[in-house]
Design a protein around this ligand. Structure first.
Ligand code: MN
Length: 437
């Protein structure tokens, strides 16, 4: 477990004035990492932290060697075009760097004059994927989502018997993961329309989003050496927002017996910002399992999990249609949920993923699976919101939606807020649907 320390003090302010605005995503208590360069510059990519409406260029900052010891080594790793080197250094280094950056950015810091020269407005920055993602695994940790989707695909047996025992996942595709702003061309696939005798190759007519949390692995494990649940969180660098675009008609036809394939691997969009586990320390919640359900096997259970294994992370998805954009109307929120309601925790995902000796590596990405909550309006996909496309959504613009239309822009947002602490946000993960080729 990461500890709450002086970097979380809600009274801290920054000499970067925009970081002190109430309700912003990037106060000094957050310090999320990203990889960027100036828009259109062709400059080398390098690492940064977000502060207010700026990014702090860590390669430029590091050139002046403002830190010492472990923090200096961690800062030096940030001159790289991806976070993998920093991720590989481990949680002591991450904490030391956070401490150092917090001191540099604090009101009254002696480094302010120099560090101000390393600021770039976020509006002038273009972002890249935060890490070289070697492997990507997508879990299925929301029991509400698993039950709702199961009901649509298998009315007789919505929740398969293994669900409450195994943190279910499939190995996804890393090559098609893109950063916020990604364009997603409507994919073709093999699908079998209701009532048709034979399948056909066609552009999907049931394109959907999935509201997920992405988990970046920091330090890996040697092959053959499982990570115990008690140490699992030490291996986690931080979280991002993740949209697992899905072609539901392709999925329905192809998913048995081996699970998702072409219905999912054409695009995945993540936020540019990785909010560290250090920053999330004040927003931990107990993880629990209903008494009537099977309790986790010992390798998936831990006293610390029961105390603070979950994360109180508010999530929402908004839709901006082409018509809204033309009219200058704001995106409309479609649903909201909280990662705290997840049936399986991050530590359980990591412990289960490695229990057979599978090796995780720095920069590997785990998806949480669609986060649908127990309440109405808490469904994390259109499949659930429209009851499998049977009940179209009436938008405030007067338009109707069952699944996504060309020109639709989907925006995921996330934030943590708790009494006595500064609110921190995840920015956004947005992507737009282009017509089929
Ligand atoms: Mn998914």
């Amino acid at each position: 477990m990461r500890v709450i320390d002086g970097t979380h003090d809600p009274a801290l302010t920054s000499w970067v004035e925009s970081a002190n605005r109430q309700g912003g995503d990037f106060p000094i208590q957050n310090l999320p990492f990203a990889v960027f360069r100036r828009s259109g510059s062709g400059e080398p990519l390098r690492c940064a932290v977000g502060i207010g409406d700026q990014v702090l260029d860590l390669a430029l900052l590091g050139a002046a060697q403002p830190l010492e010891g472990l923090a200096a080594r961690a800062l030096a790793a940030c001159a790289e075009p991806a976070l993998n080197c920093l991720m590989a250094l481990g949680s002591e280094a991450w904490r030391a760097l956070r401490q150092g950056l917090s001191e540099i950015l604090r009101s009254g810091s002696r480094h302010a004059a120099h560090a101000a020269g390393a600021l770039v407005p976020q509006s002038d920055a273009e972002f890249a994927l935060p890490a070289r993602i070697g492997d990507y695994t997508d879990f299925y940790t929301s029991i509400q989502h698993a039950t709702a989707v199961g009901r649509l695909f298998r009315p007789d047996q919505p929740l398969l018997p293994n669900y409450k025992w195994v943190p279910i996942a499939y190995h996804g595709r890393a090559s098609s993961i893109g950063v916020s702003g990604q364009e997603v061309r409507r994919p073709y696939g093999q699908l079998k329309p209701t009532g048709a005798q034979e399948p056909q190759l066609a552009a999907t007519s049931r394109l959907d989003y999935e509201l997920e949390v992405g988990v970046f692995i920091g330090t890996g494990n040697p092959r053959g050496e499982p990570v115990s649940i008690g140490r699992a969180e030490e291996h986690v660098f931080g979280l991002c927002l993740l949209n697992d675009w899905s072609a539901r008609d392709v999925q329905a036809w192809e998913y048995q017996p081996l699970g998702p394939f072409l219905a999912k691997n054409f695009a995945t969009t993540i936020s540019p910002w990785v909010v560290t586990f250090e920053a999330l320390a004040p927003f931990r919640s107990p993880w629990s399992r209903p008494d009537a359900d099977p309790q986790p096997l010992p390798y998936l259970d831990d006293p610390a999990l029961r105390v603070l294994g979950a994360i109180d992370l508010e999530l929402e998805v908004a839709l901006e249609t082409a018509a809204m954009r033309e009219r200058g109307a704001p995106p409309q929120r479609l649903s909201r949920s909280n990662f705290r309601d997840s049936y399986w925790s991050i530590a359980q995902m990591v412990a289960h993923h490695t229990v057979n000796g599978c090796n995780l590596k720095p920069g590997d990405l785990l998806g949480s699976g669609t986060q649908s909550g127990p309440g109405s309006g808490e469904a994390g996909s259109l499949l659930e919101l429209t009851d499998g496309g049977r009940r179209p959504l009436a938008l405030e613009s007067g338009e109707m939606r069952t699944f996504l239309a060309d020109g639709d822009r989907v925006i995921l947002r996330g934030w943590c807020a708790r009494q006595g602490f500064a609110r921190i946000g995840f920015g956004e993960a947005a992507g737009i649907v282009l017509p089929a080729a």
